[in-house]
Design a protein around this ligand. Structure first.
Ligand code: BEZ
Length: 257
């Protein structure tokens, strides 16, 4: 998921569905905990906010739920449609639904939407009374080592720090926001989830780091990516020797009164 920002609609991030499937295929695979929390039921109308290429939307649909996906990336919306998902091109800050859904679900997308009040306004409006909002995204401290390495690599090559920041709130801060928007929070937790990177640090930087490098020329981006990968060569590794990224997830379940 999935390209959102307020000042720059794509935050320098463009998604190529083929690269996404290779370098980020683990993202929907690891969305299982959020899907279990949602517990989709046959006949429910579910909005998948930041549906990406529709892998998890398809999983939700297996329950018999009617799933609509939205994403701000035209390429990923097309990829989701190719899977048979009803998907619409829509910025998560400007959802255009009113009392249409029993549940809104979101996996690994909300950290791209950097004006969370606008997102929550739209989610609330999209839900019928009693509807639920369930999801998972980056929490406070998420991928902090990777971000620090990219910033250090920029400095080492004479570039200033990137001002870009994903939205990675604490559980307390996000619970407060949910309350302010009229949600009852049934569960919110921060989970440390060291995450194996199937195509290594280089693959992660290739598919996800664009917003931290958007002000640089293509050769400078490549130089900084290589330097950052070097700085991260001592990341811990799993049993298959894959580097483990320092993912922190914020998982929540809320409902509207
Ligand atoms: C995440 O899923 O936590 C994430 C992915 C890319 C960039 C930042 C965070």
């Amino acid at each position: 998921m999935h390209a959102f920002s307020v000042s720059a609609p794509d935050a320098g991030q463009h998604w190529n569905p083929q690269d996404y499937a290779i370098d980020a295929g683990f993202v929907p695979v690891l969305g299982g905990a959020a899907v279990r929390l949602l517990a989709p039921r046959a006949g429910e109308r579910i909005l998948d906010l930041g549906c990406g290429d529709g892998v998890l939307s398809s999983e939700l649909a297996l329950s018999g739920a009617h799933v609509t996906g939205v994403d701000a990336s035209p390429e990923l919306v097309n990829a989701a449609r190719a899977r048979g998902i009803h998907a619409e091109l829509m910025d998560g800050h400007a959802l255009r639904f009113t009392a249409q859904f029993d549940a809104v679900f979101s996996n690994a997308a909300l950290h791209w939407m950097r004006a969370p009040d606008r997102v929550l306004e739209g989610v609330r409006r999209a839900l019928r009374p009693g509807g639920r909002f369930v999801g998972e995204f980056g929490g406070h401290g998420n991928v902090a080592r990777i971000i620090a390495a990219v910033q250090a690599a920029r400095a080492a090559h004479g570039h200033g720090s990137s001002p870009f920041a994903w939205y990675f709130p604490t559980a307390e801060a996000y619970a407060d926001r949910l309350h302010q928007h009229g949600f009852t929070v049934e569960l919110i937790e921060t989970v440390q989830r060291p995450t194996p990177l199937p195509t290594g640090v280089a693959g992660w930087l290739r598919v996800f780091a664009a917003p931290l490098l958007e002000d640089l020329s293509q050769p400078d981006r490549e130089q900084v990516r290589q330097a950052a990968a070097g700085l991260l060569s001592d990341l811990p590794r799993d049993a298959q020797e894959l580097p483990l990224a320092d993912y922190v997830r914020l998982r929540f379940q809320a409902s509207v009164r």
